[in-house]
Write a protein that binds this ligand. Structure first.
Ligand SMILES: Nc1ncnc2c1ncn2[C@@H]1O[C@H](COP(=O)(O)OP(=O)(O)OP(=O)(O)O)[C@@H](O)[C@H]1O
Length: 357
């Protein structure tokens, strides 16, 4: 039966500590993102049993892999986590088929199982080659086939697509989705690429400084990051620091915006302007209720197929990116302009303590 992975981990190194609780469902793909050094790889190593936490537990369904209180600590080989790290760690002296079959027990169906995985990951023609004679993408597929052939209890993927070009990345994402969709095991994908997350992951966790700051269904987390740091990790743009705040408006050297909510009881850490809502208009009479105006200067216009991106300079010279439809009015580069921001495009980002509370 499909078993979820549940963990509570406390781990300390001299210059780094990790404390988090995490549930990885046995369905779909769970992505983990976060700034470099925040502890993503360490988390995978703790789950696999390659590092030992000071306290906490790791359960796969009913099975206890680690429990500090009960002094249980299963060795990595008994956890049977399928690991795929950036360097793939293929055995250089073994062929592709030898690598794929490495973890399989001897038996009558061994060769058939290897063939099935070679076929599934389009590796049949490369079966006899050594890793040194493979491209990055072929190595990646070999490593994925090896991890899956061993019938892992969970799959832990650390930047598996980092060594391949854009086109191949796209193919591998689809392949990963297809391959693990019906595996029915918890799958964790650590990545720096937000496209990986959007296209592949059912849910995403955002790790900041050794803690799980945000976790949820992918689209929901992207739409509501909760705080400025998570918003930045998730690629949000136009995040402006809040210097002044009086409960009804936020401001800084960049300008000032009234808040649509009647009263905000605590100073937000930052305010984000969503790029798709604002428009340019000098006609104050055309403003709608909730509209706010910011003085800007257009710094650059970038054509984006069906849309246009305008990079605007605010009063403090910081930059704001706005997306406009092709037929929308926009001022010439270098001219001062009035940017109308609807209330719906203004998102307050609270401080992390409030965001997680
Ligand atoms: N073997 C080690 N000994 C001591 N400190 C380490 C070791 N490995 C990692 N660290 C430190 O632990 C912290 C977390 O590292 P980790 O590799 O888990 O981060 P990460 O989020 O995976 O980073 P990246 O995205 O850059 O791969 C970092 O501060 C790192 O410098």
């Amino acid at each position: 039966m499909a078993a979820d992975l549940n963990a509570a981990l406390h781990f300390r190194r001299p210059a780094f500590s990790l404390a988090m609780e995490l549930t990885v469902p046995a369905a779909g793909i769970t992505a983990l993102v976060g700034p470099s050094g925040c502890g993503k790889t360490t988390l995978l190593r703790l789950l696999a049993g390659l590092e030992t936490p000071e306290a906490g537990f790791v359960h796969l369904g009913e099975r206890v892999w680690f429990d500090s209180a009960r002094r249980i600590d299963l060795a990595p080989r008994h956890r049977r986590a399928g690991l795929l790290f950036q360097d793939y760690a293929l055995f250089p002296h073994l062929s592709v088929a030898g690598n794929v079959g490495y973890g399989l027990p001897r038996g009558p169906d061994r060769a058939a199982r290897i063939d099935a995985w070679l076929d599934r990951l389009h590796l049949c023609e490369l079966a006899g080659r050594r890793p040194a004679a493979l491209s990055g993408g072929q190595r990646q597929r070999t490593a994925l086939a090896r991890a899956l052939a061993a019938d892992p209890s969970v799959l832990l993927l650390d930047e598996p697509f980092s060594a391949v070009d854009c086109a191949l990345r796209q193919t591998l994402r689809l392949l990963l989705r297809e391959t693990v969709a019906d595996a029915g095991i918890p799958v964790v994908l650590v990545t720096h690429d937000l496209e990986d997350v959007r296209l592949v992951a059912d849910r995403v966790g955002v790790v900041v400084a050794g803690g799980l700051r945000r976790f949820g269904e992918t689209a929901a987390v992207f739409a509501d990051p909760g705080d400025a740091e998570v918003a930045r990790v998730l690629g949000w743009q136009n995040i402006l620091p809040v210097g002044d705040w009086d409960g009804v408006a936020v401001g800084g050297a960049w300008g000032r915006l009234r808040i649509a909510a009647p009263f905000v009881p605590r100073r937000p850490e930052a305010v984000a302007i969503l790029p798709d809502g604002p428009r340019f208009s000098e006609d104050r009479a055309a403003d709608r209720p909730g509209d706010q105006a910011l003085p800007v200067e257009v710094a650059r216009v970038v054509e984006l197929g069906g849309q246009r991106a305008l990079i605007c300079r605010l009063a403090d010279r910081s930059l704001l990116r706005i997306h406009l439809a092709k037929d929308a009015h926009f001022p010439a580069v270098g001219t001062p302009a009035r940017l109308v921001v609807p209330g719906s495009a203004i998102v307050l980002l609270p401080t992390p303590a409030e965001a997680t509370g």
